[in-house]
Design a protein around this ligand. Structure first.
Ligand SMILES: C[S@@+](CC[C@H](N)C(=O)[O-])C[C@H]1O[C@@H](n2cnc3c(N)ncnc32)[C@H](O)[C@@H]1O
Length: 236
């Protein structure tokens, strides 16, 4: 098994364990009282959704964004929820059934390999894309699938700028035993997400939230972009 496959298996195992209580425990994420709901709402608003729109929720987990999305797109719209972990999707399915939503499709897929349907009106990813090593590719593939004027928004955590190293280490120590945190801090995925969105989208905006511990990055499909940057063309 390659290192990439091992990492993926480990991630699935981790989220399988978390899935059952995710809706509850995520309220404590990253710390109790964190304004997660307000951040989700801002992210959905950044998409400028209209009734009837199709939206992809990338790494949707148990579907905590779905009710906000449903409010914006109505029963004539469509949500496509994508996630790597079967158990997280099973809880998303429970949510869909409990709410009687008939316009949600759930797809088990790695974000990196997901084949975005053409002409989606919006894509969002919340508290997830920084865990995907191929986040820049995912942003590019999504951007190529957007309809004219379509929007991409990413909400995720980051380390505040100018945080002294000792403070970062103290912060990460509190969330151990998640060993991947150290790798995440070193990798600075928010910088890669920012660069990829700047490269791929128009009207790019970057907003730091809650003392720089999170960011909301958003942008629109470039006008006239044929959306046909061939995957793996190396045309960057
Ligand atoms: C912290 S949860 C966030 C879930 C949801 N977006 C939310 O806001 O509550 C991270 C999710 O990302 C998913 N995930 C991680 N890596 C992924 C990948 N490479 N492709 C698809 N989903 C992935 C996990 O299975 C998990 O459901």
């Amino acid at each position: 098994m390659s290192q990439v496959d091992r990492r993926r298996e480990h991630l699935i195992e981790t989220y399988r364990k978390k899935a059952k209580h995710y809706d509850l425990t995520s309220r404590l994420y990253p710390v109790p009282g964190y304004p997660q709901r307000a951040q989700r709402l801002r992210t959905v608003q950044a998409l400028g959704l209209r009734a009837g729109d199709t939206v992809v929720d990338m790494a949707c987990g148990t579907g905590l964004n779905f009710s906000l999305l449903e409010k914006a797109i109505g029963p004539g719209g469509r949500i496509i929820g994508v996630d790597l972990t079967d158990a997280m999707l099973a809880h998303a399915q429970d949510r869909v059934e409990a709410n009687g939503w008939s316009n949600v499709s759930l797809v088990q897929s790695d974000a990196a390999g997901f084949d975005f349907p053409a002409e989606v009106n919006a894509i969002l990813s919340t508290y997830a894309l920084s865990q995907v090593p191929e986040c820049a590719e995912v942003i590019a593939h999504g951007a190529a699938a957007l309809s004219e004027g379509g929007r991409w928004a990413v909400l995720d955590l980051k380390v505040p700028d100018n945080t002294p190293r000792w403070l970062t280490q103290l912060g990460t120590a509190t969330v151990r035993p998640f060993a991947w945190i150290d790798e995440w801090v070193m990798r600075r995925p928010w910088a890669a997400i920012r660069a990829a969105m700047l490269e791929e989208l128009a009207d790019f905006s970057w907003t730091e939230l809650f003392f720089g511990t999170a960011f909301l990055a958003a942008g629109s499909r470039r006008p006239g972009n044929p959306g046909a940057r061939p995957q793996g063309s190396g045309d960057q």
